[in-house]
Design a protein around this ligand. Structure first.
Ligand code: 4AD
Ligand code: MG
Length: 465
Protein backbone atom coordinates (compact mmCIF):
# COMPACT_ATOMS: atom_id res chain seq x y z
CA UNK A 1 0.00 0.00 0.00
CA UNK A 2 1.24 3.49 -0.83
CA UNK A 3 2.10 5.92 1.91
CA UNK A 4 -0.80 8.12 2.96
CA UNK A 5 -1.02 11.48 1.19
CA UNK A 6 -2.96 14.35 2.74
CA UNK A 7 -5.90 15.69 0.76
CA UNK A 8 -4.32 19.13 0.50
CA UNK A 9 -1.29 17.66 -1.28
CA UNK A 10 -3.30 15.14 -3.24
CA UNK A 11 -5.34 17.87 -4.89
CA UNK A 12 -2.10 19.30 -6.30
CA UNK A 13 -0.89 15.92 -7.68
CA UNK A 14 -0.91 14.90 -11.31
CA UNK A 15 -3.29 12.12 -12.29
CA UNK A 16 -1.91 8.72 -13.24
CA UNK A 17 -0.53 7.23 -10.03
CA UNK A 18 -1.63 5.02 -7.19
CA UNK A 19 -2.46 6.79 -3.94
CA UNK A 20 -3.72 6.18 -0.41
CA UNK A 21 -5.85 8.68 1.45
CA UNK A 22 -7.34 8.56 4.95
CA UNK A 23 -10.08 10.72 6.38
CA UNK A 24 -13.71 11.21 7.37
CA UNK A 25 -16.65 10.90 5.02
CA UNK A 26 -18.41 14.20 4.47
CA UNK A 27 -21.09 12.97 2.08
CA UNK A 28 -21.94 9.93 -0.01
CA UNK A 29 -24.23 10.08 -3.01
CA UNK A 30 -24.63 8.18 -6.25
CA UNK A 31 -26.83 5.65 -7.95
CA UNK A 32 -27.24 1.90 -8.31
CA UNK A 33 -23.85 1.36 -9.89
CA UNK A 34 -21.55 4.01 -8.60
CA UNK A 35 -21.06 5.94 -5.37
CA UNK A 36 -19.31 9.28 -4.93
CA UNK A 37 -17.71 9.90 -1.57
CA UNK A 38 -16.48 13.33 -0.51
CA UNK A 39 -13.60 12.67 1.88
CA UNK A 40 -11.94 15.23 4.14
CA UNK A 41 -8.92 14.83 6.40
CA UNK A 42 -8.71 18.29 7.94
CA UNK A 43 -5.68 19.38 5.91
CA UNK A 44 -7.82 21.65 3.72
CA UNK A 45 -11.36 22.92 3.35
CA UNK A 46 -11.55 20.95 0.08
CA UNK A 47 -12.61 17.32 -0.17
CA UNK A 48 -11.24 14.66 -2.46
CA UNK A 49 -13.85 12.83 -4.46
CA UNK A 50 -13.72 9.03 -4.35
CA UNK A 51 -15.48 7.17 -7.12
CA UNK A 52 -16.64 3.68 -6.11
CA UNK A 53 -17.70 1.07 -8.61
CA UNK A 54 -20.34 -0.62 -6.44
CA UNK A 55 -20.13 -3.95 -8.25
CA UNK A 56 -16.53 -4.33 -7.08
CA UNK A 57 -17.33 -4.12 -3.32
CA UNK A 58 -19.40 -6.00 -0.78
CA UNK A 59 -22.75 -4.41 0.01
CA UNK A 60 -21.98 -4.81 3.74
CA UNK A 61 -18.89 -2.63 3.38
CA UNK A 62 -20.62 0.02 1.29
CA UNK A 63 -23.40 0.51 3.85
CA UNK A 64 -20.81 1.35 6.47
CA UNK A 65 -19.61 4.33 4.46
CA UNK A 66 -21.80 7.00 6.01
CA UNK A 67 -21.26 10.66 6.87
CA UNK A 68 -18.73 10.87 9.69
CA UNK A 69 -17.20 7.40 9.19
CA UNK A 70 -13.39 7.17 9.14
CA UNK A 71 -11.96 5.29 6.17
CA UNK A 72 -8.89 4.53 4.13
CA UNK A 73 -9.05 4.44 0.36
CA UNK A 74 -6.32 3.22 -1.96
CA UNK A 75 -6.69 3.52 -5.70
CA UNK A 76 -5.82 5.34 -8.87
CA UNK A 77 -5.63 9.10 -8.99
CA UNK A 78 -7.43 10.02 -12.19
CA UNK A 79 -8.49 13.19 -13.91
CA UNK A 80 -11.88 14.32 -12.71
CA UNK A 81 -14.60 14.44 -15.30
CA UNK A 82 -17.03 16.34 -13.12
CA UNK A 83 -16.70 20.01 -12.29
CA UNK A 84 -14.80 21.33 -9.31
CA UNK A 85 -11.55 19.49 -8.82
CA UNK A 86 -8.93 18.38 -11.26
CA UNK A 87 -8.40 14.92 -9.76
CA UNK A 88 -10.37 12.19 -8.03
CA UNK A 89 -9.67 8.68 -6.83
CA UNK A 90 -10.97 5.54 -8.46
CA UNK A 91 -11.31 3.32 -5.39
CA UNK A 92 -9.42 0.02 -5.54
CA UNK A 93 -9.48 -0.83 -1.83
CA UNK A 94 -11.56 0.56 1.02
CA UNK A 95 -10.93 -0.01 4.71
CA UNK A 96 -13.32 1.16 7.42
CA UNK A 97 -11.51 2.43 10.54
CA UNK A 98 -14.50 3.68 12.49
CA UNK A 99 -18.18 3.46 11.67
CA UNK A 100 -20.49 6.36 12.39
CA UNK A 101 -24.14 5.76 13.23
CA UNK A 102 -26.03 8.24 11.06
CA UNK A 103 -28.96 8.30 13.47
CA UNK A 104 -26.77 9.45 16.36
CA UNK A 105 -24.08 11.55 14.69
CA UNK A 106 -24.54 15.06 16.13
CA UNK A 107 -23.60 16.75 12.87
CA UNK A 108 -26.30 15.00 10.90
CA UNK A 109 -28.96 17.15 12.45
CA UNK A 110 -30.62 19.79 10.33
CA UNK A 111 -29.66 22.38 12.92
CA UNK A 112 -26.19 23.66 12.06
CA UNK A 113 -26.54 27.05 13.74
CA UNK A 114 -23.51 28.29 15.67
CA UNK A 115 -25.57 28.06 18.87
CA UNK A 116 -26.28 24.40 18.26
CA UNK A 117 -22.69 23.65 17.26
CA UNK A 118 -21.44 25.16 20.54
CA UNK A 119 -23.39 22.46 22.33
CA UNK A 120 -21.41 19.82 20.39
CA UNK A 121 -18.08 21.63 20.45
CA UNK A 122 -16.32 18.26 20.65
CA UNK A 123 -17.57 17.49 17.13
CA UNK A 124 -17.69 20.89 15.50
CA UNK A 125 -14.09 20.83 14.18
CA UNK A 126 -15.48 18.26 11.70
CA UNK A 127 -17.56 20.94 10.02
CA UNK A 128 -16.25 23.01 7.12
CA UNK A 129 -16.67 26.22 9.08
CA UNK A 130 -14.76 25.17 12.20
CA UNK A 131 -12.11 23.39 10.21
CA UNK A 132 -11.51 26.67 8.39
CA UNK A 133 -11.46 28.69 11.62
CA UNK A 134 -9.05 26.34 13.38
CA UNK A 135 -6.66 26.24 10.44
CA UNK A 136 -6.69 30.06 10.32
CA UNK A 137 -6.11 30.14 14.09
CA UNK A 138 -3.07 27.92 13.64
CA UNK A 139 -1.67 30.08 10.83
CA UNK A 140 -2.14 33.24 12.90
CA UNK A 141 -0.29 31.74 15.88
CA UNK A 142 2.56 30.83 13.57
CA UNK A 143 2.60 34.33 12.01
CA UNK A 144 2.82 35.93 15.45
CA UNK A 145 5.96 34.00 16.31
CA UNK A 146 7.35 34.65 12.84
CA UNK A 147 6.81 38.40 13.09
CA UNK A 148 8.57 38.75 16.42
CA UNK A 149 11.27 36.30 15.54
CA UNK A 150 12.11 38.30 12.40
CA UNK A 151 12.41 41.41 14.58
CA UNK A 152 14.66 39.77 17.15
CA UNK A 153 12.15 39.80 20.02
CA UNK A 154 12.62 37.19 22.75
CA UNK A 155 9.64 34.92 23.45
CA UNK A 156 9.31 35.12 27.22
CA UNK A 157 7.25 32.58 29.15
CA UNK A 158 5.46 34.41 31.92
CA UNK A 159 3.70 32.50 34.69
CA UNK A 160 0.03 31.59 34.62
CA UNK A 161 -0.13 31.42 38.41
CA UNK A 162 0.60 34.76 39.99
CA UNK A 163 0.28 36.70 43.22
CA UNK A 164 -0.27 40.10 41.55
CA UNK A 165 -3.24 41.71 39.82
CA UNK A 166 -1.78 43.47 36.78
CA UNK A 167 -4.89 45.28 35.64
CA UNK A 168 -5.98 46.07 39.19
CA UNK A 169 -9.53 45.13 38.36
CA UNK A 170 -9.80 42.23 40.79
CA UNK A 171 -11.29 39.95 38.16
CA UNK A 172 -9.10 37.00 39.04
CA UNK A 173 -9.69 33.28 39.50
CA UNK A 174 -8.20 32.08 42.77
CA UNK A 175 -5.72 29.22 42.74
CA UNK A 176 -5.79 27.27 45.97
CA UNK A 177 -5.45 23.82 47.46
CA UNK A 178 -7.17 24.87 50.68
CA UNK A 179 -10.13 22.72 51.65
CA UNK A 180 -13.09 24.95 50.86
CA UNK A 181 -15.25 23.00 53.32
CA UNK A 182 -12.82 23.77 56.10
CA UNK A 183 -10.83 26.91 55.44
CA UNK A 184 -7.99 27.66 57.91
CA UNK A 185 -8.30 31.07 59.58
CA UNK A 186 -5.86 33.32 61.43
CA UNK A 187 -6.50 35.03 64.79
CA UNK A 188 -8.31 37.90 63.04
CA UNK A 189 -10.67 35.40 61.43
CA UNK A 190 -9.28 35.96 57.93
CA UNK A 191 -8.42 33.11 55.55
CA UNK A 192 -4.93 31.93 56.49
CA UNK A 193 -3.17 31.77 53.14
CA UNK A 194 0.12 30.89 54.80
CA UNK A 195 -1.39 27.40 54.96
CA UNK A 196 -2.10 27.41 51.23
CA UNK A 197 0.06 25.70 48.61
CA UNK A 198 2.19 28.76 47.81
CA UNK A 199 2.00 30.20 51.31
CA UNK A 200 0.19 33.25 49.94
CA UNK A 201 -2.92 34.20 48.02
CA UNK A 202 -2.54 33.32 44.31
CA UNK A 203 -4.61 33.57 41.16
CA UNK A 204 -4.59 32.84 37.44
CA UNK A 205 -2.97 35.69 35.57
CA UNK A 206 -4.97 38.44 33.84
CA UNK A 207 -1.86 39.56 31.93
CA UNK A 208 1.81 38.71 31.62
CA UNK A 209 2.77 42.36 31.34
CA UNK A 210 4.37 43.00 34.72
CA UNK A 211 6.70 40.04 34.29
CA UNK A 212 7.10 41.09 30.64
CA UNK A 213 8.48 44.44 31.82
CA UNK A 214 11.12 42.60 33.81
CA UNK A 215 12.13 40.82 30.61
CA UNK A 216 12.11 43.95 28.45
CA UNK A 217 14.32 45.87 30.88
CA UNK A 218 16.95 43.18 30.52
CA UNK A 219 16.52 41.61 27.09
CA UNK A 220 15.35 44.75 25.30
CA UNK A 221 12.34 43.47 23.37
CA UNK A 222 10.22 40.55 24.43
CA UNK A 223 6.77 39.15 23.79
CA UNK A 224 4.53 36.75 25.60
CA UNK A 225 1.84 34.60 24.00
CA UNK A 226 -0.27 32.51 26.28
CA UNK A 227 -3.54 31.83 28.06
CA UNK A 228 -5.01 34.65 30.09
CA UNK A 229 -7.87 34.46 32.55
CA UNK A 230 -10.54 36.96 33.54
CA UNK A 231 -13.37 36.28 35.91
CA UNK A 232 -15.47 39.12 34.58
CA UNK A 233 -19.07 38.08 34.50
CA UNK A 234 -19.72 39.52 31.08
CA UNK A 235 -21.68 37.38 28.71
CA UNK A 236 -20.84 39.32 25.57
CA UNK A 237 -19.84 38.11 22.11
CA UNK A 238 -16.37 39.59 22.74
CA UNK A 239 -15.41 38.22 26.17
CA UNK A 240 -14.02 34.89 27.26
CA UNK A 241 -13.02 33.83 30.76
CA UNK A 242 -10.00 32.07 29.21
CA UNK A 243 -8.44 33.72 26.18
CA UNK A 244 -5.01 34.03 24.60
CA UNK A 245 -3.08 37.25 24.64
CA UNK A 246 0.07 38.42 22.86
CA UNK A 247 1.98 41.02 24.88
CA UNK A 248 5.09 42.62 23.41
CA UNK A 249 7.09 44.82 25.77
CA UNK A 250 9.94 47.01 24.54
CA UNK A 251 12.65 49.00 26.27
CA UNK A 252 13.43 52.41 24.74
CA UNK A 253 10.04 52.63 22.95
CA UNK A 254 7.86 55.66 23.51
CA UNK A 255 4.12 55.74 22.80
CA UNK A 256 4.70 56.62 19.14
CA UNK A 257 7.07 53.67 18.62
CA UNK A 258 4.49 51.51 20.39
CA UNK A 259 1.72 52.61 18.01
CA UNK A 260 3.96 52.05 14.99
CA UNK A 261 4.71 48.52 16.14
CA UNK A 262 1.06 47.71 16.87
CA UNK A 263 -0.01 48.92 13.45
CA UNK A 264 2.76 47.08 11.63
CA UNK A 265 2.05 43.90 13.62
CA UNK A 266 -1.63 43.74 12.93
CA UNK A 267 -1.21 44.52 9.24
CA UNK A 268 1.44 41.81 8.97
CA UNK A 269 -0.96 39.30 10.51
CA UNK A 270 -3.83 40.25 8.23
CA UNK A 271 -1.54 40.03 5.18
CA UNK A 272 -0.29 36.65 6.35
CA UNK A 273 -3.86 35.42 6.53
CA UNK A 274 -4.64 36.70 3.03
CA UNK A 275 -1.46 35.12 1.65
CA UNK A 276 -1.71 31.77 3.42
CA UNK A 277 -5.34 31.02 4.29
CA UNK A 278 -7.19 32.10 1.17
CA UNK A 279 -9.09 28.81 0.65
CA UNK A 280 -10.52 29.03 4.15
CA UNK A 281 -11.12 32.78 4.10
CA UNK A 282 -12.84 32.52 0.74
CA UNK A 283 -15.12 29.83 2.12
CA UNK A 284 -16.08 32.03 5.09
CA UNK A 285 -16.48 35.04 2.81
CA UNK A 286 -18.82 33.24 0.43
CA UNK A 287 -20.77 31.46 3.14
CA UNK A 288 -21.28 34.14 5.80
CA UNK A 289 -19.87 37.55 5.10
CA UNK A 290 -19.21 38.66 1.55
CA UNK A 291 -17.34 41.76 2.70
CA UNK A 292 -14.75 39.77 4.64
CA UNK A 293 -12.02 39.72 2.00
CA UNK A 294 -12.42 43.37 1.08
CA UNK A 295 -12.38 44.33 4.78
CA UNK A 296 -9.14 42.42 5.32
CA UNK A 297 -7.55 43.88 2.22
CA UNK A 298 -8.51 47.40 3.17
CA UNK A 299 -7.06 47.10 6.68
CA UNK A 300 -3.84 45.61 5.32
CA UNK A 301 -3.06 48.79 3.43
CA UNK A 302 -4.81 51.61 5.25
CA UNK A 303 -3.06 54.00 7.57
CA UNK A 304 -4.76 53.85 10.98
CA UNK A 305 -6.18 57.06 12.43
CA UNK A 306 -4.42 58.30 15.59
CA UNK A 307 -6.61 60.37 17.85
CA UNK A 308 -6.58 61.55 21.48
CA UNK A 309 -9.44 60.28 23.65
CA UNK A 310 -10.60 63.86 24.26
CA UNK A 311 -11.08 64.33 20.50
CA UNK A 312 -12.92 61.00 20.31
CA UNK A 313 -15.34 62.14 23.01
CA UNK A 314 -15.92 65.39 21.14
CA UNK A 315 -16.81 63.47 17.95
CA UNK A 316 -19.20 61.22 19.87
CA UNK A 317 -20.87 64.17 21.58
CA UNK A 318 -21.27 65.84 18.22
CA UNK A 319 -22.83 62.65 16.84
CA UNK A 320 -25.32 62.61 19.71
CA UNK A 321 -26.15 66.28 19.06
CA UNK A 322 -26.83 65.31 15.45
CA UNK A 323 -29.27 62.56 16.37
CA UNK A 324 -27.16 59.41 16.88
CA UNK A 325 -28.28 57.50 19.96
CA UNK A 326 -26.16 55.20 22.11
CA UNK A 327 -27.22 52.83 24.85
CA UNK A 328 -24.48 54.05 27.23
CA UNK A 329 -23.76 57.70 28.12
CA UNK A 330 -20.78 59.58 26.66
CA UNK A 331 -18.78 62.23 28.47
CA UNK A 332 -15.17 63.07 29.27
CA UNK A 333 -14.02 60.61 31.91
CA UNK A 334 -16.30 57.73 30.94
CA UNK A 335 -14.90 54.51 29.54
CA UNK A 336 -15.87 53.91 25.93
CA UNK A 337 -18.25 51.05 25.22
CA UNK A 338 -17.95 48.91 22.15
CA UNK A 339 -20.83 50.84 20.49
CA UNK A 340 -18.84 54.09 20.83
CA UNK A 341 -15.63 52.52 19.56
CA UNK A 342 -17.46 51.07 16.60
CA UNK A 343 -19.11 54.39 15.82
CA UNK A 344 -15.70 56.06 15.54
CA UNK A 345 -14.28 53.25 13.41
CA UNK A 346 -17.23 52.27 11.22
CA UNK A 347 -19.27 55.45 10.85
CA UNK A 348 -16.93 58.35 11.40
CA UNK A 349 -13.47 57.40 10.14
CA UNK A 350 -14.25 54.18 8.25
CA UNK A 351 -10.87 52.76 9.22
CA UNK A 352 -9.06 51.46 12.33
CA UNK A 353 -8.46 54.08 15.01
CA UNK A 354 -5.75 54.25 17.67
CA UNK A 355 -7.17 56.22 20.56
CA UNK A 356 -4.59 57.71 22.94
CA UNK A 357 -4.26 59.75 26.13
CA UNK A 358 -7.18 58.39 28.14
CA UNK A 359 -8.19 59.79 31.53
CA UNK A 360 -5.93 58.23 34.14
CA UNK A 361 -8.86 57.16 36.30
CA UNK A 362 -10.15 54.64 33.77
CA UNK A 363 -6.72 53.11 33.08
CA UNK A 364 -4.27 50.92 35.01
CA UNK A 365 -1.71 52.19 37.52
CA UNK A 366 1.38 51.50 35.42
CA UNK A 367 0.65 53.89 32.53
CA UNK A 368 2.87 56.92 31.96
CA UNK A 369 1.28 60.09 33.28
CA UNK A 370 0.97 63.08 30.97
CA UNK A 371 1.95 66.59 32.01
CA UNK A 372 -1.70 67.66 32.21
CA UNK A 373 -2.10 65.60 35.39
CA UNK A 374 -5.35 64.14 34.04
CA UNK A 375 -4.45 61.75 31.25
CA UNK A 376 -2.07 58.86 30.67
CA UNK A 377 -0.15 57.69 27.61
CA UNK A 378 -2.53 54.84 26.87
CA UNK A 379 -3.34 53.53 23.40
CA UNK A 380 -6.28 51.35 22.41
CA UNK A 381 -6.49 50.07 18.85
CA UNK A 382 -10.13 50.02 17.73
CA UNK A 383 -11.28 47.82 14.86
CA UNK A 384 -14.35 47.54 12.65
CA UNK A 385 -16.89 44.97 13.90
CA UNK A 386 -14.89 44.40 17.11
CA UNK A 387 -14.13 47.61 18.95
CA UNK A 388 -11.01 47.29 21.14
CA UNK A 389 -8.60 44.71 19.75
CA UNK A 390 -5.39 46.01 21.41
CA UNK A 391 -4.83 47.80 24.71
CA UNK A 392 -1.43 49.22 25.61
CA UNK A 393 0.59 52.18 26.80
CA UNK A 394 3.91 53.75 27.45
CA UNK A 395 4.79 52.78 31.02
CA UNK A 396 5.50 55.13 33.89
CA UNK A 397 9.28 54.99 34.18
CA UNK A 398 9.65 57.39 37.12
CA UNK A 399 9.93 55.67 40.48
CA UNK A 400 8.38 58.59 42.30
CA UNK A 401 5.38 58.96 40.00
CA UNK A 402 4.73 55.24 39.98
CA UNK A 403 4.87 55.02 43.76
CA UNK A 404 2.56 58.02 44.11
CA UNK A 405 0.04 56.49 41.75
CA UNK A 406 0.12 53.18 43.61
CA UNK A 407 -0.62 54.87 46.91
CA UNK A 408 -3.18 57.24 45.33
CA UNK A 409 -5.11 54.18 44.20
CA UNK A 410 -4.82 52.61 47.62
CA UNK A 411 -3.08 49.57 46.13
CA UNK A 412 -1.01 47.30 48.31
CA UNK A 413 2.72 47.49 47.53
CA UNK A 414 3.21 44.11 49.10
CA UNK A 415 3.95 41.69 46.33
CA UNK A 416 4.74 44.52 43.89
CA UNK A 417 8.20 45.47 45.16
CA UNK A 418 9.84 43.33 42.50
CA UNK A 419 7.96 45.33 39.85
CA UNK A 420 8.84 48.67 41.43
CA UNK A 421 12.50 47.57 41.38
CA UNK A 422 12.55 48.00 37.57
CA UNK A 423 12.22 51.75 38.27
CA UNK A 424 14.92 51.66 40.94
CA UNK A 425 17.66 49.97 39.01
CA UNK A 426 18.34 51.32 35.53
CA UNK A 427 14.82 52.47 34.72
CA UNK A 428 14.19 53.21 31.02
CA UNK A 429 11.36 54.59 28.93
CA UNK A 430 9.45 51.53 27.75
CA UNK A 431 6.13 50.55 26.23
CA UNK A 432 4.01 47.58 25.33
CA UNK A 433 0.58 46.37 24.43
CA UNK A 434 -1.71 43.36 24.54
CA UNK A 435 -3.48 41.91 21.51
CA UNK A 436 -6.44 39.65 22.26
CA UNK A 437 -5.82 36.62 20.03
CA UNK A 438 -9.50 35.71 19.74
CA UNK A 439 -10.47 39.31 18.96
CA UNK A 440 -7.94 39.22 16.12
CA UNK A 441 -9.50 35.95 14.95
CA UNK A 442 -12.98 37.48 15.02
CA UNK A 443 -11.67 40.07 12.61
CA UNK A 444 -9.81 37.67 10.34
CA UNK A 445 -12.61 35.07 10.13
CA UNK A 446 -15.54 37.50 10.14
CA UNK A 447 -17.24 35.47 12.89
CA UNK A 448 -19.36 37.52 15.24
CA UNK A 449 -19.15 35.51 18.47
CA UNK A 450 -15.84 34.97 20.24
CA UNK A 451 -17.00 31.50 21.36
CA UNK A 452 -16.72 30.43 17.72
CA UNK A 453 -13.02 31.19 17.24
CA UNK A 454 -11.61 29.14 20.13
CA UNK A 455 -11.87 25.34 20.16
CA UNK A 456 -13.20 25.00 23.71
CA UNK A 457 -14.67 28.26 25.00
CA UNK A 458 -14.82 29.08 28.71
CA UNK A 459 -17.52 31.58 29.62
CA UNK A 460 -19.67 32.11 32.72
CA UNK A 461 -21.44 28.82 33.56
CA UNK A 462 -19.67 26.99 30.74
CA UNK A 463 -16.56 24.81 31.10
CA UNK A 464 -17.50 21.75 29.10
CA UNK A 465 -14.78 19.38 27.76
O1 4AD B 1 -6.79 46.05 27.53
P1 4AD B 1 -6.28 44.89 28.34
O2 4AD B 1 -6.98 44.59 29.61
O3 4AD B 1 -4.75 45.19 28.55
C1 4AD B 1 -3.87 44.46 29.32
O4 4AD B 1 -4.13 43.42 29.88
C2 4AD B 1 -2.48 45.01 29.29
N1 4AD B 1 -1.74 44.41 30.42
C3 4AD B 1 -1.84 44.71 27.98
C4 4AD B 1 -0.44 45.24 27.87
O5 4AD B 1 -0.27 46.44 27.79
N2 4AD B 1 0.56 44.37 27.86
O6 4AD B 1 -6.31 43.59 27.43
C5 4AD B 1 -5.62 43.54 26.20
C6 4AD B 1 -6.47 42.93 25.11
C7 4AD B 1 -7.78 43.68 24.84
O7 4AD B 1 -7.56 44.76 23.97
C8 4AD B 1 -8.63 42.60 24.20
O8 4AD B 1 -8.29 42.43 22.83
C9 4AD B 1 -8.17 41.35 24.95
O9 4AD B 1 -6.91 41.62 25.50
N3 4AD B 1 -9.11 40.99 26.02
C10 4AD B 1 -9.99 39.98 25.95
N4 4AD B 1 -10.26 39.10 24.97
C11 4AD B 1 -11.21 38.17 25.22
N5 4AD B 1 -11.89 38.06 26.38
C12 4AD B 1 -11.66 38.93 27.40
N6 4AD B 1 -12.32 38.80 28.53
C13 4AD B 1 -10.66 39.93 27.21
N7 4AD B 1 -10.17 40.93 27.98
C14 4AD B 1 -9.22 41.54 27.24
MG1 MG C 1 -8.30 47.43 27.53
Amino acid sequence: MEKRIKVKDLLKCEAGRKVTVKGWVRTKRGNKNVAFIALNDGSTINNIQIVVDKTAFEESLLTKITTGAAIRVSGDLVESVGSGQSVEIQAGEIEIYGECDPMRYPLQKKDTSFEYLRTVAHMRPRTNTFGAILRIRNQMAFAIHKFFNEKGFVYLHTPLITASDCEGAGQMFKVTTLDLENVPRNKKGEVDYTKDFFGKETSLTVSGQLEGELGATALGEIYTFGPTFRAENSNTPRHLAEFWMIEPEMAFYDIKDNMDLAEEFIKYLVKHALDNCMDDIKFLNDRYDNELISRLESVADTEFVRLPYTEGIRILEEAIANGTSFEYPVGWGTDLQSEHERYLVEQHFKKPVILTDYPKDIKAFYMKQNEDGKTVRAMDVLFPKIGEIIGGSEREASLEKLENRISELGMSRRGLEWYIDTRRFGSVPHSGFGLGFERLLLFVTGMSNIRDVIPFPRTPKNAEY
